[in-house]
Design a protein around this ligand. Sequence first.
Ligand code: FAD
Length: 499
Amino acid sequence: KPLNLREIPIPKDLALKLSRNPQILSQASTDYGHIIHENPFAVLEPTSISDIANLINYSNSLPHSFTISPRGQAHSVLGQAMTQNGIVVNMTQLNWYRNGSGIVVSDCDVKNPLGCYVDVGGEQLWIDVLNATLKHGLTPLSWTDYLYLSVGGTLSNAGIGGQTFRFGPQISNVLELDVITGQGNIVTCSQEKNSEVFYAVLGGLGQFGVITRARILLGPAPTRVKWLRLIYNDFSAFSTDQEHLISFDRRNDSNGADYVEGMLLLNKPPLILSFYPPSDHPRITSLVTQYGITYVLELVKYYDTNSQANITEEVDNLVKGLKFVPTFMFQKDVTYEEFLDRVHSEELILRSKGLWDVPHPWLNMFIPKSRISDFNEGVFKGIILKQNISAGIVLVYPMNRNKWDDRMSAITPDEDVFYTLALLHAAKEMDEVKTFQAQNHQILQFCNDAGIKVKEYLSGNKTHQEWVEHFGAKWQQFEERKAKFDPKRILSPGQGIFQ
Ligand SMILES: Cc1cc2nc3c(=O)[nH]c(=O)nc-3n(C[C@H](O)[C@H](O)[C@H](O)COP(=O)(O)OP(=O)(O)OC[C@H]3O[C@@H](n4cnc5c(N)ncnc54)[C@H](O)[C@@H]3O)c2cc1C
């Protein structure tokens, strides 16, 4: 029998913070995916950390607990921040009560920034963390492509992007956390202190506790970036060059790139060419038409006034020997901030066309390096190119596993180098959602049949057995941590792991 919160007497001080305003309930019942909808009983608008702890404690005190889901920006795509009949915690609300103390940069020597860090509330947005740290000449080192995501939300997944090959995912850049566990305990944790909570929560899909503060490592901030895109007509040359670029870091060679990603340009709509000079559009379109599929290596080199004199030479050295199609190298010179916040400009354009708040049947996964060429043949050239449906944005780039910490909950393939694939579809209507979902399913099935041991990222909608397989050798530990830190299985039910 589903729990009916109407039948439970809610303590008055807690009830005052709960909203059942239809508009607020409706917001909490959807996310960026616009595919899954779950109706919460109420939304907690916390005005302090204790409000969240009190809510969790109250749920624990009942013979039949209710579920609680922290909601950062709800930029999940499969209902991960929702709960049916439970209570959603609107984390953003905390920011209003921080009195400006949501982001505090440590007092440190910018010239010798080893040991500089920033303390940020779990509800804070990465864009605000960037702006606050830049004022001190400092910056976090590892980023997602889009910055209007909450710190607690990305740290619950991993937080990956073009800097991950060098600095690891965002979870590898956390020095300390404050967490309210599923038992209602407020815990400060790090690698040294309460380390089990620390490792459980990072990449823990919200299953073990609510992150209310994260201490994030900082480094010196560059001021400008050289931003390059190189187009390839051959996958093997493209992936060999990507792997070469990320290997600088394994060799501890500081002459490497600061960011490496990649994407497909396919001879099917939408062919997005906004990065490239309009005068080059005809020859790029012609190349894409000729080959059907081309691959774009995206790399970035940071610089500032001290390194300005050498930057052209450094970029030349970096691209020397890379096997892109001759003359198909394009570059921009932009501020560091403009580069990091690049997706926001796209967001504004999509919003103006009514194309931002639409269904997003995304597929994200990690693919072991040893099978990436089979993946190209079967998925890129096979399923994606051949099927008569639009492709959306397809990102593909490698990262180094030694920058991930296996003690954390996040899951990767076993190999030293693995690729991330992001298939970022936007659908116009629900029928199209089904078409894209069928394709996503087909891709996973292809990998399964071909024995390509992929790991999904940001996944959802799995059966219990599929979750067990996803975690593989780490399932037992994940389950034990749940029993220890959230024994009543209260937190983040939208992930569908334990409910
Ligand atoms: C346009 C766009 C671009 C993206 N780009 C990238 C990218 O480049 N790299 C990448 O790694 N990801 C990317 N993502 C995915 C994104 O990192 C995840 O969806 C992340 O969860 C978003 O954060 P959020 O604040 O919206 O989290 P939510 O969707 O609100 O929550 C995600 C999960 O975390 C839990 N949670 C939320 N806050 C907390 C907290 N404080 N403590 C504990 N648990 C919490 C929720 O209950 C839920 O289970 C992108 C998403 C979008 C929409």
